[in-house]
Write a protein that binds this ligand. Structure first.
Ligand code: UDP
Ligand code: MG
Length: 138
């Protein structure tokens, strides 16, 4: 079974969408096997998004991600990585397909409510960034 990391970003928490996002995942067969709220510092947000360092949106993105609490979770299921990406929709809510979380709830290309790992390597890194082995159900 594949694992992936998802985050309800600070805008999603502020909009009271934590339950809505988790329900969407659970209704689509994904299982929550790790879950907690975190308040990332700017440094911690920069570490999480290190792959984007140097890009035009890096400064604003990491300021946003450290602006308030976020809910991080590990999800498990067949094809979990791709399925979470499909449920989220495209990065820009205006380009995301109808019915996706970002299309429904995202404000703009930065404040798009939810994160999902984009491949097995990043999922491994991202899960390890937030969770100790003991915090993941087996
Ligand atoms: N982002 C942004 N401007 C952009 C591209 C991305 O603010 O032009 C933000 C947005 O919050 C996005 C995150 O940076 O979710 C990571 O970007 P990525 O390209 O990895 O998109 P994702 O994998 O989240 O769809
Ligand atoms: Mg990405």
């Amino acid at each position: 079974m594949e694992k992936t990391l998802s985050i309800v970003k600070p805008d999603g928490v502020e909009k009271r969408l934590v339950g809505e996002v988790i329900k969407r995942f659970e209704d689509n067969g994904l299982k929550v096997i790790g879950l907690k709220m975190v308040a990332m510092s700017k440094r911690e947000a920069e570490g999480f998004y290190a792959v984007h360092r140097g890009k035009s949106f890096f400064e604003s993105l990491t300021t946003f991600m450290s602006s308030g609490p976020a809910v991080v979770m590990v999800l498990e299921g067949d094809n979990a990585i791709e399925r979470v990406r499909d449920l989220m929709g495209a990065t820009d809510p205006q380009e995301a397909a109808k019915g996706t979380l970002r299309r429904q709830f995202g404000s703009n290309i930065e404040r798009n409510v939810v994160h999902g790992s984009d491949g097995p390597d990043t999922a491994g890194f991202e899960i390890g960034y937030f969770f100790h082995a003991l915090e993941i159900a087996r």
